[in-house]
Design a protein around this ligand. Sequence first.
Ligand code: A2P
Length: 357
Amino acid sequence: MSGKMSVTKFTHTGDLFLKKYNVAIAGATGAVGVEFIKLLQERDFPLGSLKLLASHRSAGKTMDFKGEKLVVEELTESSFEGIDIAFFSAGGGRSKEYANAAVKSGALVIDNSSAFRMDPGVPLVVPEVNPEDIEWNKGIIANPNCSTIILLMAVTPLIRLQKVKRIIVSTYQAASGAGAAAMQELIDQSRQVLDGEEATKNSFPHQIAFNLFSHNTTIADDGYNEEERKMIFESRKILHDDALMISATCVRVPVLRAHSESVNIEFDGERPTLDAIRSALAAFPNVRLVDDRVANYFPMPLDASGIDETLVGRIRYDLSNPNAIDLFVCGDQILKGAALNGYQIAEEWIRQQSAFV
Ligand code: A2P
């Protein structure tokens, strides 16, 4: 089938939203971009048109959307004319280069990169945690780091029970955080190792198959890597708590697309009971309790893959600290850690806009 124009009009049958929104995805061919396309295809989004943008390498390729073939276009400054919402997931460099052009064209930019996250003029949002920050955007809303989102999905319901003083988190991060090519590298290396061949390294500095290593981001003078610093500073910004003490150790593991985190949470004062903690987690939107001690069944990255919910379990009192608890959390890095959170930001923004009409 030959390709059509990439801007195609779609009819939304639901009556929740009257206005329809023209959407662009910058980085449409990437791991997160593909998931944005799926979300727009499968969910009840008031879509007017969809424009797919990627590098010149992908320009002219077609991608399926609701039975149509959409042609991918090269991302340029003039890509955003007539666009209402632009999802950016093409790396920080592209966000820095093109996000302002999109804003000038009148689009709301929802940026999945780290380019603007710590900019005090840009809201950093997890819709279940701080939807109110969407309101003061000036054209760009930043989607937080994937490990930060997954951490805050588990910690926020507990903060609402009792103020938290200190968090110590260790991550077990999937290959997907480094993009589609890195996921393929894990598969290819696994085959190579099983075939007795040497593992080919492109996306990662070390062999990822049958191995794990400290997160592949730059190490700062203080010894923390970039991912760990993101978890610390982004969490404080999202929670509006600059005093929150938080330390992180981020590790890459041979898992395809869901991150896991071991979290120690110290409350400011007496810790809530385990029953209260379980109830708060179970009642929090998009969190699912997986905490079966009898069956020894707890959150696993395979169970968390491809679903919206963040899984939380292994909830127990910390025996070394009377004010602390431990838990384990798993969340899909591409969905809640990236595309789904961005999509929810768009939905929440639309809801807030509609409230002003
Ligand atoms: P392309 O597929 O054409 O390289 P991932 O995070 O899975 O690695 O995906 C990165 C996304 O960012 C892809 O869609 C990729 O497009 C896109 N991208 C990378 N470099 C550029 C660029 N210079 N201009 C526009 N899009 C880019």
